[in-house]
Every structure is written in structure tokens, then in C-alpha cells.
Ligand binder design. Structure first.
Ligand code: PMP
Ligand code: GLN
Length: 384
């Protein structure tokens, strides 16, 4: 069965990519780009392999990568970390998030997440035997998803231990704004929560929207683990190089968990990502501009099929309510879509505790070549 929260079935991404491959559908489901990252970064990995970077790196990650991560965060956000004690390189953001939860959430502790939430959160919380408490995000009159601070207060209890925040947010495309971040920071401070922030889309922001790490708010650095990865930033989702930054007292328990999950990973990829962080920022900016144009292109295509996509300020994702097409069950719709018109998408219902709460919403990716998006739009037009 497709997993909707227990952490035991097949992920929706695996299911939909397999279906797209079987049916020859245009795959706007799983979020991965169809073009590779900066050529110099790819070359750096090849060179590193040829030069013998093929054995275990240090558990915490190559020093040059940890230094590059620290330098980037200092430059972009003005936050400072000690590369030796406050940075840990992980096997993608997925491992960083799982290890952070295993380290900081004891059985029956509560973890606050904003719903809809990325699918690995439910599974990782379940692995830590924690309890998930959701804060619903809903669209406002403009179509931007946000949350009500009262719902955040209502979700917190004496058992709350961790707050998990993803911004820019998958699947809604929301970038949490100053007011929302202030409410979250206040909640964390008041209730002595550890914040774990998933910032994998930190560079993929559009229309001048600004991503502000929660750790930069007053009193938050000492209680926040900031997670990111190279996958989205450098269009290298298969490299699985991620990291977590935070105060040493929070990072050290994550390091202890990580050492028995994977110990370390991807020496040559770490060499290349370190170089890319330091030298490929112009490429990243150009990529964000391409993605913004792709978002607009997909939006136009969806509008032509009669849909009104929600606001997307960042990420790879555009969501739409499918009810204008005369259907309300997004799970069924996404299972049929590849057969009907040759397009694959993700039912956002899988990102909710109760799938009924997100049932008519479907998520499409736009991290694809313009002609691929155009072809998907042509095929979707057959729905009407
Ligand atoms: N968090 C979010 C919100 C994601 O969308 C993804 C998927 N890329 C991840 C984490 C996983 O990142 P990684 O591939 O670096 O493990
Ligand atoms: N993050 C990607 C998405 O949301 C998928 C990653 C995965 O396949 N697990 O589409």
C-alpha cells in the first residue's frame, strides 16, 4: 500500500515514478530535475574519483565541505558555526532529519509539524516512537498557504519536544514570512522546543521572496538544527549530500546517531559539493530564475485546463485543486492520470494525517525542461 504516515508502505514517489515509467507518462510527480547541475561540479566529482577520493571520509564530513557550508551560511544569513563541532555532513537531508529526530525525540515525545508535511517526517517520527502533532496550513484569499498561530498554540502541550519546520515548503510552495517565523520562534522559546528546520529549497525562491532561517531569529540559534542539502540547490538529487548545522550540544547527539546509521557517505561528491558551494552561486541564481520561468509556464498550462494553481513562492512544486475538472479524489485521479492522458502527478492527500483533508489537491513539479512542461500541458488539455 502507498504510505500515508505509518512509515511502512511504499512511498508515493516510488509508486508514481514506476507508474510513469510503465505508461510512458510525462513525470511531474517525483521532485527531481531532468537536467544536471553545474558542469564544473560534475567535473570536480570525476576529478576527485580519479585522484583517489574513494574511501571513507571523516564521520562528520570532509573539513573542506564543512568549511564551505559555514562560509555560505555566514555570507547569506550572517549566522556563524564552528565547522568542527557545529556542522555534520549527512547522507542527504533525509538522514539529517531522521538522525535529528532519533537524537532529540524520546518515545512519546511530541513533534509539531505543519500539515501538509513531507512524507519522510511521519516515518522518522514513527521510528523515534514520537507522536506527531499537526498544525494545519490553509490557503488564504490569494491562494497562499499559511497557518493560524492559534492552531500552533493548540498543537503544543507539555509533551512537545521538537518543532519541525520546512520552508520553503513542500508541497505548498509557501515561504514562511517574518510574522509566521516570529510566532514559531516565540512558541519554541516559550515551550523550550528544539527546532529542526528543513531548508532544502533555501535557494529556490521566486519573485524576490526571501528565505529567512528560523535560527536567525532572537534566541533561536541555540535551539535550532538547520538542515539542508546539495540535491535541490545543485540539481544533484542522486548525490545525497546533506548537512545539519546547530549548537554543539544539539549536533553532538545527532552525530552519535548518524555514526551507526551510515557512518559517512560519498567522499567524491563531498569534494565536488564543497567546490560548488564556494564557486557556483551564479549558476544557482540562474537556475532559480529558470525554475521561476518554468513555474509560470506550468501555471499557464494548468490554467488552460481549467485549474487555478495555488501561490508558489519557492520549491519545485505547484499545487492545484482538481474539483474544477469535476473530480474530487486526488489519489484516484493521480493513479488514473498516466493511463488517461500520459501525465504523472502526486496526490497531496499523502502529506496529511487524514488524507481526506487534502483529497482534491494535486501536486505537479516544474523542475523540468520547458518543452517537457509544454508537452504535459498539451496532454492535460485532453482532460477537458
Ligand atoms: N525535505 C524535503 C522538504 C524534500 O522535498 C526532500 C526531497 N528532496 C528532502 C527533504 C530530502 O532531501 P535529500 O534528497 O537531500 O535527502
Ligand atoms: N523530495 C522529492 C519530492 O517531494 C522526492 C524524494 C523522494 O523520492 N523520496 O518529490
Amino acid at each position: 500500500p502507498t504510505d500515508t504516515g505509518s512509515g511502512s508502505g511504499t512511498t508515493i514517489f516510488t509508486e508514481m515514478t514506476a507508474l510513469a515509467q510503465r505508461t510512458g507518462a510525462v513525470n511531474l510527480g517525483q521532485g527531481f530535475p531532468d537536467t544536471d547541475g553545474p558542469p564544473a561540479m560534475l567535473e570536480a566529482a570525476r576529478t576527485a574519483i580519479a585522484a583517489g577520493a574513494n574511501q571513507y571520509p571523516p564521520l562528520a564530513g570532509l573539513p573542506e565541505l564543512r568549511e564551505a557550508i559555514v562560509a555560505q551560511r555566514a555570507l547569506r544569513y550572517g549566522t556563524h558555526y564552528d565547522p568542527d563541532t557545529e556542522v555534520l555532513v549527512t547522507t542527504g537531508a533525509t538522514e539529517a532529519l531522521a538522525a535529528a529526530l532519533l537524537a532529540h525525540c524520546a518515545p512519546d515525545d511530541e513533534v509539531i509539524v505543519f500539515e501538509p508535511y513531507y512524507d519522510s517526517y511521519a516515518a522518522s517520527i514513527a521510528l523515534a516512537r514520537g507522536r506527531r502533532r499537526v498544525v494545519p496550513m490553509r490557503p488564504d484569499a490569494t491562494g497562499r498557504f499559511g497557518f493560524d498561530p492559534d492552531d500552533l498554540s493548540a498543537a503544543v502541550s507539555r509533551r512537545s519536544r521538537v518543532l519541525l519546520l520546512n520552508s520553503p515548503h513542500n508541497p505548498t510552495g509557501t515561504i514562511f514570512n517574518a510574522e509566521e517565523l516570529a510566532a514559531i520562534a516565540t512558541c519554541c522559546r516559550r515551550n523550550d522546543l528544539v527546532a529542526v528546520t528543513d531548508e532544502v529549497y533555501e535557494y529556490l525562491t521566486y519573485d524576490g521572496a526571501v528565505h529567512t532561517p528560523l535560527a536567525t531569529l532572537p534566541g533561536m540559534r541555540e535551539r535550532t538544527l538547520s538542515v539542508s542539502s546539495a540535491g535541490k540547490t545543485f540539481s544533484a538529487t542522486g548525490w545525497k549530500v546533506g548537512w545539519v548545522c546547530g549548537p554543539a550540544h544539539l549536533v553532538e547527539p545527532v552525530r552519535r546517531v548518524k555514526q551507526y546509521l551510515t557512518f559517512a557517505s560519498g567522499t567524491a561528491f563531498q569534494v565536488a559539493v564543497a567546490q560548488a558551494l564556494a564557486t557556483q552561486q551564479p549558476w544557482v541564481r540562474a537556475q532559480a530564475a529558470r525554475l521561476q520561468a518554468n513555474r509560470d509556464r506550468l501555471r499557464t498550462g494548468l490554467v488552460a485546463t481549467g485549474l487555478t494553481p495555488y501561490v508558489c513562492q519557492g520549491t519545485y512544486f505547484l499545487q492545484a485543486d482538481i474539483r474544477p475538472l469535476g473530480v474530487a479524489d486526488g489519489i484516484r485521479f493521480c493513479r488514473e492520470l498516466p493511463h488517461r492522458v500520459g501525465v504523472a502527478a502526486i496526490p497531496s492527500a499523502v502529506f496529511y494525517d487524514d488524507p481526506a483533508d487534502g483529497l482534491p489537491i494535486v501536486r505537479f513539479v516544474f523542475c523540468k525542461e520547458p518543452q517537457v512542461l509544454d508537452e504535459a500541458a498539451r496532454r492535460l488539455a485532453d482532460l477537458t
